[in-house]
Ligand binder design. Structure first.
Ligand code: UDP
Length: 325
């Protein structure tokens, strides 16, 4: 199929593009390169530098490339930043997605696959989150994505645009080619691995007094290649709706630091710091719906293996994409 991937130069988008190309699809990557890297664009893909808010270039690209499916990753995704700059999130994530949806309608695209997040749930009431759990975000990032979710059924109802919306839990790990590299790194695993690489003396743990077994936040880390494969399973006509993508097991910040120590063989010093605004104590998925309706099963559910793929990538790319793009 002819697939356009917004944010295809970013972390999850680059791995998704690689998987779609491997599966024989024709991929156009559309990315502003504000966060993404030119070097993260698979050389087999056609690349267009553009902004999702460009209401001329995007619909034109969709028509010219005869696009049947749009996979929309392009978004800002930092919880901490969203609590300082909420407008940046509502403009790029919410209004930006609305522009992509309009472009899809204009260019008669048949399917829209979009990234959402476990941050739309807020502070969970039970142990595991299911798709029908209450959605009460506690950070502006989660709210910006919840607003995206609210638009999708209306575009389906009014224009027949089929959507699959994935609520990712914590994307982690790497493919052999593409991994997690942000110009300013705030994510846990890359930050901890920087210490293992000798690039920092220690890492920071945001909050040691949460109501969790060791007092640090618990997250469900899911391999980026497993996330990418879910998008392939969403392609058949008739697949539509909201799906959690997670492994169903939670790991605390301290457990992740220990996993990084084990895989790297290095001691990783850390300091407990104040809580980061907007962080729920625990976010762990039930992903039965994706298993049942899409046939999705994580192939790399083991957190030690997930961290090992991240370590391999960071060791072979110690400076990320090296300032390229
Ligand atoms: N975290 C931390 N130190 C860091 C980065 C993150 O303690 O240097 C914590 C963060 O507060 C959260 C968890 O690790 O509880 C995962 O954070 P990350 O930013 O990787 O993903 P998020 O859950 O925000 O999407």
């Amino acid at each position: 199929m002819n697939v356009l991937i917004t944010g295809g130069a970013g972390y999850i988008g680059s791995v998704c593009a690689e998987n779609f190309l491997n599966a024989g699809h024709k991929v156009t990557v559309y990315d502003s390169l504000v966060e993404g890297h030119r070097a993260a664009v698979d050389p087999r893909a056609h690349f267009i530098q553009g902004d999702c808010l460009d209401r001329t270039l995007l619909p034109r690209t969709l028509r010219e490339r005869d696009i049947q499916v749009v996979i929309h990753f392009a978004a800002f995704a930092l919880v901490g930043e969203s609590m300082r700059l909420p407008g940046k999130y509502f403009l790029n994530n919410t209004v930006g997605t609305q522009a992509v949806l309009d472009a899809c309608v204009e260019a008669e695209v048949k399917k829209f696959i979009v990234s959402s997040t476990c941050a739309t749930y807020g502070v969970p009431e039970g142990e595991l989150l299911v798709e029908s759990s209450p959605q009460k975000p506690v950070n502006a990032y989660g709210e910006s994505k919840l607003l995206v979710e609210r638009m999708l059924p209306w575009y389906h109802k009014v224009y027949g645009l089929e959507y699959v919306c994935f609520r990712y839990f914590n994307a982690a790990g790497a493919s052999s080619l593409f991994g997690e590299a942000h110009r300013v790194e705030t994510h846990l695993i890359p930050n901890v691995l920087k210490v293992a690489l000798g690039q920092c003396e220690g890492c920071e743990v945001f909050g040691g007094d949460y109501p969790t077994p060791d007092g640090t936040c618990v997250r469900d880390y899911v391999h980026v290649e497993d996330l990418a494969r879910a998008h392939l399973l969403a392609l058949p006509p008739g697949k539509c709706g909201f799906f959690n993508l997670g492994n169903g097991s939670g790991y605390s910040v301290l457990e992740i630091i220990r996993a990084c120590e084990q895989v790297s063989g290095k001691t990783i010093p850390f300091a407990i710091k104040p809580r980061r605004p907007g962080d729920p104590p625990r976010l762990v998925a039930r992903a039965d719906k994706a298993a049942l309706e899409l046939g999705w099963q994580p192939e790399i559910p083991d957190v030690a293996k997930i961290v090992a793929t991240a370590w391999d990538w960071h060791r072979s790319h110690p400076f990320g994409y090296g300032g390229v793009g």
